[in-house]
Design a protein around this ligand. Structure first.
Ligand code: CO
Length: 136
């Protein structure tokens, strides 16, 4: 089952400009910054209670987030639900008939295990399942 919302993912064109809003104006705490080459993004995490906001800037135009920005512009990109057992969760969702983009988990930001569900089977919402790394 899903334990809670882990983060919402927001696509931005310029991370530092976006941080002026989230860190300075909203007063959220920046806790992590990382280039995830495999996903073609530079990403940051900001703390919001037990949850996070994840800002994603594309490394190039031909990455998934780069294509998203070209199509829709900056804005809400995905929601991420947290689980303590991502393998079991993906099995359960597959049985439920939900189409997976990632059939096996891959490494996400800050050492987490992540998998995306296809928006075609989630009512148009790009959905990520996250199992945080130990200690997070
Ligand atoms: Co995410």
């Amino acid at each position: 089952m899903f334990a809670r919302i882990d983060h919402i993912g927001v696509a931005v064109t310029d991370l530092d400009a976006a941080l002026a809003l989230y860190e300075r104006d909203y007063d959220m705490t920046l806790v992590h910054r990382e280039t995830v080459t495999e996903q073609g993004v530079e990403a940051v995490l900001l703390d919001l209670g037990e949850n996070h906001v994840e800002l994603l800037a594309p490394l190039s135009d031909d990455t998934p987030v780069g294509k998203f920005l070209a199509r829709k512009g900056p804005g809400m990109h995905h929601v991420a639900y947290q689980t303590s057992d991502i393998v079991a969760e993906l099995e359960r969702l597959t049985i439920a008939g939900i189409q997976l983009i990632d059939t096996t988990p891959r490494i996400g930001i800050r050492g987490s295990s992540v998998a995306f569900l296809h928006p075609k089977s989630t009512g148009g919402v790009l959905t990520e399942i996250v199992q945080p790394a130990a200690g997070h």
